[in-house]
Design a protein around this ligand. Structure first.
Ligand SMILES: Nc1ncnc2c1ncn2[C@@H]1O[C@@H]2COP(=O)(O)O[C@H]2[C@H]1O
Length: 215
């Protein structure tokens, strides 16, 4: 559930049904803005290149979220790459159709703006966290946020974070080794469980949040 939920039917009525499989690139950084995707099910990783060519993870977007709206709104090149990490289905809306929906339905335009504002707020918080928090606190904050967001969208119940340690490391700007150590520590404290390659189950989100607040 999010700001756009009320408009999913409208988007589906105008756009084309689409499905995606893991590894599929939906949007390529610097590409031309041909349209937006409304994610029905599945999970998409958003990455962007640093000036030295290294790739960083910006976010994961899931059920009920729109991707590709930024360049469709400002007419610039794609700001990031969007690659499917969990397959699913959704709707593709051509840029022209997206613009028309925005013009004809002010409520839809407002909800697009609101979701972008929420994202801007989160990005600002993450930027401050990156400079102010220890690696352990950043990982705790990230895992707690990820689980709370999934619980809200209903896309991944049960506190599961299905990311590899490498992905976690890229998301919080830390080395894989420090992520490994922090997860081991958090597991000993009973805040989460490591389920094997690429999956964590958060057992105590308030505990992780308290760890994050310690800095
Ligand atoms: N920081 C971010 N957090 C979440 N999504 C993003 C972020 N940056 C870019 N995106 C999404 O990735 C898309 C890449 O193509 P666009 O620039 O058209 O639109 C972008 C947004 O939908």
């Amino acid at each position: 559930m999010n700001e756009l939920t009320d408009y999913a039917g409208l988007i589906r009525g105008v756009g084309r049904p689409a499905s995606w499989r893991p590894g599929q690139v939906l949007i390529r950084e610097q590409g031309a803005p041909d349209g937006v995707f409304l994610i029905g099910t599945g999970l998409v990783k958003i990455t962007a290149s640093a000036v030295n060519g290294r790739t960083g993870i910006l976010a994961w977007r899931g059920s009920g979220e729109l991707i590709g709206e930024q360049s469709c709104l400002d007419g610039g090149p794609r700001s990031a790459t969007a690659v499917v990490t969990r397959g699913g289905t959704g709707t593709f809306l051509a840029a022209r159709e997206f613009a028309q929906l925005m013009r004809e339905h002010p409520g839809f335009a407002e909800s697009v703006l609101r979701s972008m504002s929420v994202r801007l707020r989160e990005a600002a918080q993450e930027r401050v966290d990156l400079g102010a928090l220890s690696v352990g606190a950043r990982i705790a904050a990230f895992v707690a946020r990820y689980v709370r967001r999934d619980a809200k969208s209903g896309s991944m119940p049960g506190g599961v974070v299905d990311l590899t340690q490498q992905e976690l490391a890229e998301a919080v700007g830390a080395s894989r080794e420090s992520v490994f150590r922090a997860l081991q520590d958090f597991e000993e404290r009973g805040w989460l469980r490591r389920d094997g390659r690429g999956s964590i189950t958060a057992l105590d989100v308030p505990g992780l949040e308290a760890r994050a607040r310690k800095g």
